[in-house]
Design a protein around this ligand. Structure first.
Ligand code: C5P
Length: 239
């Protein structure tokens, strides 16, 4: 028999529900997650940003991306801060005191992130950091393994995908509209290479959770995707 009285136990804060959104890059997860977080007033976890920041930190410290132990150590000790911009129109990422926001979203950083993300010990090092985002009134978790590994008990799991060609077109359009130069064939090739790395790695490969709702957005607008997810959330009383 334990002598510990129930009232002596530390109180576990209520965790709050989770909606996971997984899928390949460029499927619209980021936009969908921002729309859901705004609609519900829930917190948002952009787990890809943690892998991106880990890769940038390794690069900054001249650590090779295939040095498993050294990169895992960097992931475990990551000094990163996600700050809502003063204009409240996005999030600024501060790594070791340096604002790395402009480097974070580039294709090059995405490709480096997918290399460090294939290292088992890096994923382990980031696991609790990701789970710590769960908080009331709820969390929208954006990534590749949110529904399969990080939040397997999530109330609602979405797997959002689209053809590589369509995802490439969307990315191309974004770059051109931002006044940048872009090569569509090259973008599609890069997307396919990243899909291949993310889907075929041995640890936490990208795949839909067995209980996920799979949405193919190839010929859907983001608003139609949002409506479908809202309906699913309503059905189980989250909205
Ligand atoms: O989503 P984003 O493009 O920012 O992710 C960058 C890379 O980080 C992905 O290509 C993937 O390799 C990795 N990642 C992951 N697991 C997550 C989120 C991202 O492996 N939950």
């Amino acid at each position: 028999m334990s002598n510990i009285e129930v009232q002596d136990l530390p109180e576990t804060p209520p965790a709050g529900p989770v909606i996971t959104v997984d899928g390949p890059s460029g499927a619209g997860k980021g936009t969908l997650c921002q729309m859901l977080a705004a609609k519900l007033g829930w917190a948002l976890l952009d787990s890809g940003a943690l892998y991106r920041v880990t890769a940038l930190a390794a690069q900054k410290q001249n650590v090779a991306l295939d040095s498993d132990n050294a990169v895992a150590k960097i992931a475990a000790q990551l000094d990163v801060e996600f700050k809502v911009t003063p204009q409240c129109d996005g999030v600024e990422v501060i790594l070791g005191g340096e604002n790395v926001t402009s480097n974070l979203r580039t294709e090059e950083t995405g490709a480096m992130a997918s290399q460090v993300a294939a290292i088992n010990s890096v994923r382990d090092a980031l696991l609790e950091r990701q789970r710590a985002f769960q908080q009331p009134p709820g969390l929208i978790a954006d990534g590749r393994d949110m529904g399969t590994v990080v939040f397997p008990q999530a109330e609602l799991k979405i797997y959002l995908t689209a053809s590589a060609e369509e995802r490439g077109q969307r990315r191309y359009k974004q770059l051109i509209e931002a006044g940048k130069s872009a090569n569509l064939a090259r973008i599609i090739e890069d997307i396919k290479a990243r899909d291949d790395r993310d889907m075929n790695r041995t640890v936490a490969p990208l795949k839909p959770a067995a209980d996920a709702i799979v949405i193919d957005s190839t010929s859907m607008s983001i608003n139609a995707v949002f409506d479908q997810v809202q309906q699913a959330a309503q059905k189980i009383g989250l909205l």
